[in-house]
Design a protein around this ligand. Sequence first.
Ligand SMILES: [Cu+2]
Length: 486
Amino acid sequence: MPLGAVRRVIVERSDPVLGRCRYVADLGGERVAYPMLVARRGDRFDAIVENRLPQPTTIHFHGLTLTEGQDGAGFEAIAPGASKTLRFEIRNRAGLYWFHPHPHGFTAEQVHAGLAGLLVVTDAEDAELDTALALVPGNRLALAVADARVELGSLRPYAPSAEDCLHGWFGNRALVNGALDAQAPVSNGWVRLQLLNACNARGLLLAFRDGEASVPFHLLGTDGGLLAAPIALEQVFVYSAERVDVAIDVAGRREISAVSLAFDPRHQARGGRLAHRHPTREHYPPLAAEKVCAPATTRDTAVFLPDGAELALFRLGVTGARGSAPPPLPAQISTLPEAAAAADAAPRRLRLDFDERLGFLIDQTPYQMDQIAFSVGRGAREVWELRNSPISMPHPMHLHGFGFRVLRRQGTFGPARRLASQSSGRLPTDLGVKDTVVVWPNETVWLALDFTLPEDAAFRGRQRYMLHCHNLEHEDGMMMLNYAVL
Ligand SMILES: [Cu+2]
């Protein structure tokens, strides 16, 4: 559905007992639940968001460069029964973006409830690639992969224990665009998949199989669009909120299954007795009926697969006769330059830590909504050094407002080290434009950032944005900070 056609977005509960929720797009008469939005770079969005939840909410367009007022980061949540107008222009590169709630203290529960929508942005370069791949309609898919706890065919409501608050909420089954056991028909030739990890906390090690055999694929792009050149791979990490764009040659195959392979997720932090109790939460009910949503005292082991466990994701059923071989992949697919740091930039150091009492912290400080951790100059080019402590977990760190580039990784151990096939200790996904980057335990990651904002009037004055962990239990557990662009 074209982004520009949406007049109103209704945020509502579809199942008050289990606490399931959905976005409904109103096109000025016709209403569509779970809308998948498509736009071209330069398109505008102008719609009213109506909050019909019993909790405050916001819509954060993840990955887009927007003003503080349109970013939906939770400084001004939309109260139950209230509305807000969202109005902006898409200035980012073509790629897979997404939208989800970001009200402080309610984000994990609302995203888990099903509030995660996709926005596919295209441009001339993106269209050229489809032409070069001779992509047939139906062979380009945008998929949001989440995990949920399913028992006896029914989704269990969100009720995290202290252990869940520490490690994250993990399910036992994959939901793809909201469906269990998802299967998509595709035709012979190239298939282009743009995939979002919409799990609250689970890291995915994405791979494809034909029976027992691994099916190779090519990484085309990341969070913020296409790489300069495709990279041939057999598996790729996609952490919460990260996106990958991949091409798979399915010619001559009948069925391909997408899986998350088993890996050691390096959850090394232990012993916290964390429970997320935000003062504001006490004024609002949970999304699920209270009788099924009492805070769990022990972890719900019956319907639970830990992070790093193998998980079936979805299947592609291949139809049509095997024709001639699909065209070769172009050697260059975009004009993205190499990542480079400003020559004189001394790094801004940020530490990721764990405290048994306070949980996960950035620079030893839990989130405070009315504080600004630091300010950056408009148009400044900076290098950020994110260092994770050795006793920790992988933290997918998300920056609001700006895409960035990964310069270097150091101190990487475990499965990420095995896949760090690129220069400067980087993973293949590090070669693209990112808005979310995983920092593994003991690892230091250097990022190149450019804080140039659009010239127009809406961006004038101080703009506040956030840096936070996108493990949503860590996010609601205060692993966030505000920064300002002056
Ligand atoms: Cu985290």
